[in-house]
Design a binder for this molecule. Structure first.
Ligand code: NAP
Length: 248
């Protein structure tokens, strides 16, 4: 039986790269998406062409009922979860804190923080031996923004990643005795569609000269770090963070 991994926001960008690498390493993969069914189906098709097993599952991770439905679908179609990647995340138009309204703040925090908590909860309820599980691992996709603060761009997004890092630390200690490891990856400036959501599709190229490695990162470079945290080599690693930020 293949191990089962759920990747939130697996339809595009970093999540899609993790899904493809996980499938190559033998996981049956649940690919969650919010709106882009076409993108999710393309990832499923690519995995199946390579001989792997994957399904696409629509759910807005900020909505509790939808998270519950997503996990039920995963249970029924792939089996009990072994690995969760809390990757779904959003940011909004670049602006200063003095211009942010409550609706925006709640949208960002609901997806990036509440969504991760809800998915982690459902995963623990399946992984913990107390609930009949056999342990497992969770990787939270945070951001270097949690350390840097994203001034003049999206301090709200950076703060959501700070909260996600605290979830990683606290939950890792809570569930370690039950054989569940929880770690984080903090990507830096990676070539994906996300920068367009902030209003600047060319952001990576604008910033790259200030990055110590002098370039933006690739989604495959982030996926490699995520997958290491699920590997046997990482068996004694919990509550840790890997920076994938070109030295920033
Ligand atoms: P992306 O290319 O914009 O893709 C975002 C993914 O999240 C898509 O699959 C999207 O689904 C999904 N998503 C968005 N809102 C969702 C929701 N409410 N429920 C479920 N899924 C949702 O983003 P990315 O750059 O790959 O980012 C992935 C993660 O890496 C995020 O947590 C981000 O904060 C983090 N990160 C990215 C960078 C970077 O430079 N790119 C740097 C640091 C950290 P649809 O396809 O259906 O829209």
């Amino acid at each position: 039986m293949s191990k089962v991994m759920l990747i939130t926001g697996g339809s595009r960008g970093i999540g899609a790269a993790v899904a493809k690498l996980a499938a190559r390493r033998g996981y049956a993969v649940g690919i969650n998406y919010h709106a882009r069914a076409d993108a999710a189906q393309a990832v499923v098709a690519e995995i199946e062409r390579g001989g792997g097993s994957a399904i696409a599952i629509q759910a807005d991770v900020s909505q509790e009922d939808q998270v519950l439905r997503m996990f039920r679908t995963l249970d029924e179609r792939l089996g009990r979860i072994d690995a969760l990647v809390n990757n779904a995340g959003i940011l909004e138009k670049q602006m200063r804190v003095e211009d942010m309204n409550a609706e925006r703040l709640l949208r960002v925090l609901s997806t990036n923080v509440v969504g991760a908590f809800l998915c982690a909860r459902e995963a623990v309820r399946r992984m913990a031996p107390r609930h009949g599980g056999q342990g497992g691992a969770i990787v939270n996709v945070s951001s270097a923004a949690a350390r840097l603060g994203s001034p003049n761009e999206y301090v709200d997004y950076a703060a959501s990643k700070g909260a996600l890092d605290t979830l990683t630390i606290g939950l890792s200690k809570e569930v370690a005795p039950e054989g569940i490891r929880v770690n984080g990856v903090r990507p830096g400036t990676i070539y994906t569609d996300m920068h367009a959501s902030g209003g600047e599709p060319g952001r990576v190229d604008r910033l790259k000269s200030a990055i110590p490695l002098r370039r933006g990162g690739t989604v495959e470079e982030v996926a490699g770090a995520v997958m290491w945290l699920f590997s046997e080599e990482a068996g004694y690693t919990s509550g840790s963070f890997i920076e994938v930020s070109g030295g920033s």
